[in-house]
Design a binder for this molecule. Structure first.
Ligand code: NAP
Ligand code: GDD
Length: 358
C-alpha cells in the first residue's frame, strides 16, 4: 500500500498510568491489516490505543488513515528484533492488554528470509514475554498464532488439540512462539492467550496475499485492463473469513478470567479457483475454467478475455493444501461467530478494489 500521509506523530516516550476509567492497550503490528481493525474496535470500546510502528523512510500508515483513526492512536517506534525497544516500551507505556500482531506474515517470503522470519515471529515473541513477566506481569497478552502451524494436516477439521506439522519457516517459527506463550502462561501464571486464526482477509489485505492479488487483478480487468492474473497452486484450499470479525475474537480472548488458546475459523474451506469465481461474479464476470496443471486458464464468458493463467513462479517449495477450522471452543466460551461468508468476502474485496481502480 502507498502511504498518503505525512509522518505520524511518534509519542512522548513516557506515558502516565491509565486513568481509572477506560482501559489502555498496545498493539504491535498496528499498521497491518489486523492491527488497524483491532485498533478501530478497541477505540469503539473506549480504549486508549497505542501501537508499534517500524522506523521507515516512509512510515506505513495507510490502513489507519483509510479507517480514519490515525489521529486517534499513539504510535511508538518498535522493532521486535530490538530487545531494547521492547524493554523501554513496556517500562514507559503501562497497558492493560498487549496484542502481539507484528510478524513477517507472508509465508512465501519465509523461504527467502528464514532467519529474519524466525527472529521476528519466534524470538520477537519471547522477547516481549520476558520483558512483560519482568516489568508488567499483570498485563494480559495475546499472541497471533496461525492455522499455518497445522501445515500437513493431521486431522480434518483442525481444532486446538490437533497436532502441528508446519510446512514453512513461517509456520515453524509460529509453532515456537505458540508454545513459548503457553509455556510462559504455565510457568509464570501470565494471562497469555493464543488465537489460532485461520485465513482472514479484507479490503485492507496486503497485495501479495492471494485473495487481494485476485481482487485487485480482477478489478483492473473489469476496468479494461488486459493482463491476466498470474497465480500458482489453484487447488489449495483455505478457510477464509473477514478480518473485522476475527479481531473481535482476539479481544474476547483477553476478556476471559482464564487465559486459553482458541481456533477462530468459519468451518468452510474453498479452493483458490472458487474464490476467483466468487470475486469475478461480484464484478459481473462469469468464468469458464479449462485445462489442467500449468495449462489451466480462466476466461470471462461475457467478454472473452483471459482472466487467470498459472505461473509456476508462484508455486511454493512445500504447500499447505487444505485448511478448515473447528471453532467450537470459541463459539462456546467466547460467544464468537464469523458474520461474513467467503462469497460475501470475495465480493466485498472485489468491489472495494473496483472502486479504488476508478
Ligand atoms: P500484516 O498485514 O502483514 O501486518 C504485519 C504487521 O507486523 C505490520 O504492521 C508490520 O509493520 C509489522 N511488523 C513486521 N515486522 C516487524 C518487526 N520486525 N517489528 C515490528 N513490527 C513488525 O499481517 P496481518 O494479516 O495483519 O496479520 C497479523 C498477525 O496475525 C501476524 O502475526 C500474522 O502472522 C498473524 N496471522 C494472520 C492471519 C491472516 O490470515 N491475516 C492468520 C493467522 C495469523 P510494517 O507495516 O512496517 O510492515
Ligand atoms: N500469495 C499467493 N500468490 N498465494 C498463491 C498464489 C499467488 O499467486 N497462487 C496460489 N496461491 C496459494 C498459496 O500457494 C497458498 O496455498 C494459498 O494460495 C494462500 O496463500 P496466501 O494468500 O499467501 O496465504 P497463506 O495461507 O499462505 O498465509 C496467510 O494465512 C496464514 C493463516 O493460515 C497469511 O496471512 C499468514 O500470515 C497466516 O498465518
Amino acid at each position: 500500500m502507498t502511504p498518503t500521509a505525512t509522518a505520524p506523530a511518534v509519542s512522548d516516550p513516557t506515558v502516565p498510568a491509565p486513568s481509572s476509567g477506560g482501559k489502555r492497550a498496545f498493539i504491535t503490528g498496528i499498521t497491518g491489516q489486523d492491527g488497524a481493525y483491532l485498533a478501530l474496535l478497541l477505540l469503539s470500546k473506549g480504549y486508549e490505543v497505542h501501537g508499534g510502528i517500524r522506523r521507515n523512510a516512509q512510515p506505513e500508515t495507510a490502513r489507519l488513515e483509510t479507517l480514519g483513526i490515525l489521529d486517534q492512536v499513539t504510535l511508538h517506534n518498535l522493532d521486535l528484533c530490538e530487545m531494547t525497544n521492547i524493554f523501554r516500551l513496556v517500562q514507559d507505556v503501562p497497558v492493560d492488554e498487549f496484542y502481539n500482531l507484528a510478524a513477517q506474515s507472508f509465508v512465501g517470503a519465509s523461504w527467502d528470509q528464514p532467519i529474519y522470519t524466525s527472529d521476528v515471529n519466534g524470538m520477537g515473541v519471547v522477547r516481549i514475554l520476558d520483558v512483560l513477566r519482568t516489568l508488567a506481569p499483570e498485563t494480559r497478552f495475546y499472541q497471533a498464532s496461525t492455522s499455518e502451524m497445522f501445515g500437513l494436516v493431521q486431522a480434518v477439521p483442525q481444532a486446538e488439540s490437533t497436532p502441528f506439522y508446519p510446512r514453512s519457516p513461517y509456520g515453524a517459527a509460529k509453532v515456537f512462539s505458540h508454545y513459548i506463550t503457553v509455556n510462559y502462561r504455565e510457568s509464570f501464571g501470565m494471562h497469555a492467550s493464543c488465537g489460532i486464526l485461520f485465513n482472514h482477509e479484507s479490503p485492507l489485505r496486503g497485495e501479495e496475499f492471494v485473495t487481494r492479488k485476485i481482487t485487485k487483478g480482477l478489478a483492473k480487468i473489469a476496468r479494461g485492463g488486459n493482463a491476466p492474473i498470474q497465480l500458482g497452486n489453484l487447488s489449495a484450499r483455505r478457510d477464509w473469513g473477514f478480518a473485522g470479525d476475527y479481531v473481535e475474537g482476539m479481544w474476547r480472548m483477553l476478556q476471559q478470567d482464564t487465559p486459553d488458546d482458541y481456533v477462530l475459523a468459519t468451518g468452510v474451506t474453498t479452493p483458490i479457483r472458487d474464490f476467483v469465481s466468487f470475486a469475478a461474479e461480484a464484478l459481473d464476470m462469469a468464468l469458464d475454467w479449462e485445462g489442467e496443471g500449468l495449462d489451466e486458464v480462466a476466461t470471462d464468458r461475457r467478454s472473452g478475455r483471459r482472466v487467470v493463467e498459472v505461473n509456476p513462479a508462484f508455486f511454493r517449495p512445500a504447500e499447505v493444501d487444505l485448511l478448515v477450522g473447528d471453532a467450537a471452543r470459541a463459539r462456546t466460551k467466547l460467544g464468537w461467530r464469523p458474520r461474513v461468508d467467503v462469497r460475501g468476502l470475495a465480493g466485498m474485496m472485489a468491489r472495494a478494489d473496483y472502486d479504488a481502480v476508478a
